[in-house]
Write a new protein. Structure first.
Length: 113
């Protein structure tokens, strides 16, 4: 399975490679482990070119133009039966599902070359 890709603007886009749960942009310029960024709420990562033509995560500081965004949906859980309480009820337990990069979306913007 692979990440979904949406080209937001026509033209040339930054090169990228997906390997398991990681995405690498450019010529090994920036690698992000998307599983490590997953939370209990949706996460949007902004990938920008900075004033020195390097890549940064985020829009602050030296960031000057978007090259990509990564949307990571909220973590999913399985509900499994747990221990029996004193009153006889079974306490359900939430167990995080394995990270699935195919649930993520990569948005690409045109880059100036």
């Amino acid at each position: 399975m692979s990440i979904k890709v949406v080209e937001k603007t026509e033209g040339e886009h930054i090169s990228y490679e997906v390997n398991k749960n990681k995405i690498t942009f450019g010529d090994d310029e920036l690698t992000i482990n998307l599983a490590a960024k997953e939370r209990d709420y949706p996460v949007m990562l902004d990938i920008c070119k900075d004033k020195d033509e390097g890549l940064v995560i985020g829009t602050g500081g030296a960031a000057k133009e978007y090259v990509a965004q990564i949307e990571i949906p909220e973590r999913q859980y399985d509900i499994v039966d747990g221990k029996e309480k004193e009153n006889g009820e079974i306490q359900a337990t939430r167990v995080p599902e394995e990270f699935d990069i195919s649930r993520c979306t990569l948005y690409l913007w045109k880059v100036e070359v």
